[in-house]
Design a protein around this ligand. Sequence first.
Ligand code: AHR
Length: 510
Amino acid sequence: MTSATEATARLDPHDEIADIDRRLFGGFVEHLGRHIYDGIFEPGHPSADADGFRTDVIELVKELGVSSIRYPGGNFVSGYRWEDGIGPVAERPRRLDLAWHSTETNEVGLHEFQAWLDRVGSDLMLAVNLGTRGTQEALDLLEYANADTRTAWTDQRAENGRAAPFGVKMWCLGNEMDGPWQIGHKNADDYGALASQTAKAMRMLDPGVELVVCGSSSRSMPTFGSWERTVLEHTFDDVDFISCHSYYQEYDGNAQEFLASGVDMARFIESVVSIADAVAATKKSDKRIMISFDEWNVWYLFNPDGTESGHEFKGGAWPVAPRLLEDEYHALDAVVFADLMITLLQHADRVRSASLAQLVNVIAPIMTEPGGPAWRQTTFFPFSITSRLAQGRALRVPVSAGTFTSDKLGEVEAVNAVATIDDEGVSLFVVNRSTTDAASLRVDLEPLVRVLGREVAVVESHLMHEDDMYAANTLEDRERVGVREAEASVVGDVLSLTLPAVSWTAVRLA
Ligand code: AHR
């Protein structure tokens, strides 16, 4: 039995958080499972183009609206030799990928991936290997990708079909180097020293790069906090961003606890900002290190028996493109996911880049079947709608709707919201985290109407809600879950919204 809570909010265009960096709507493509091979690249597929890329997947990635894409890993990058992925495809080596216990054919490398990005209209963000490799190899890759003068590397680039530089702006200095699972895992001092040395050298080669140093691979790591502090003490002057990674899942059927995930993400961001600013204070610096939240998603990493997913082949097999991390997302996942997007926007002043991990088949909003269809998972909808509607500047939207108690996080707001404003209008994103109570939300638009000097109307609205919150899209039923029009109307200066329990709503006002 559900009841409706009377809730109120206020939308004031002066309550500004920051301009939204489009890189907040980034993605992540790793050589992992069926992400590249049998995902974006399937030469035999009926929709494949001349280069073997599935055009049905390209269309879905375009619709998703992904600004920049982090590549090629992830755990994979810590054992990767980038040179394996250039030159004639027939001559490229097959290698064992220790991170995912698979065989990497290297049919897709830097050039092919850039060609795919040109088709989907996204920017490349590269990670260098600081696991098995070091500063020299990072410099080689940077020179190959970005140098605009004749050298041995740029001659090779031209021979491989690309005279002009790739011009990659954002670079990650390794991946999750705090994690014991990472090839070449280091302690904070050793990693900080290597990252600082590599960053300085990379800037000598190309002063225009933006550099991301590895933060903790999650807030629950035992070294969280001290890792950030030590690494930033080494690299503060050398880098622009520190990374955050976070994955969420429902444990033991406790949906209410799972729906508090946005609060955990907010505390994670705020803690890292505090540490970065504390390091700035000790250095008497006004510089502000930004956050690259370059892995975030819902991921059922832990199986109900407590084992981790993604380690199916560790017994000895080395398959090519195995089915790994192919999570099926239901409506509840999509609501939590949407709340994570709201949280990123609420921190747009410091989170200047974020990457949804990942894009196709691997914990992904897009699924494919070899030789068969591609389809949208439930999480596709909040991402594509938010990426399209959240333009301009982010605005705070204080909501009063009561709280629930989370075992882990204490009192949590039942309704969470953020808005954005641009020259054409205003967008509002609201999540109802309660598993039991619908909410009737009245949003006071008076400050907005006053500033605009005219009334506004709802021009577009979307609701993600299913009576069965575990409903999902599957190969057999690919359009079971989607969004529908929300109950939203403006009368005078008040926007009224009906928010079912466990729902996400997006409204465009113009
Ligand atoms: O996204 C899947 C994996 O999660 C990445 O390879 C790694 O960086 C993280 O642990």
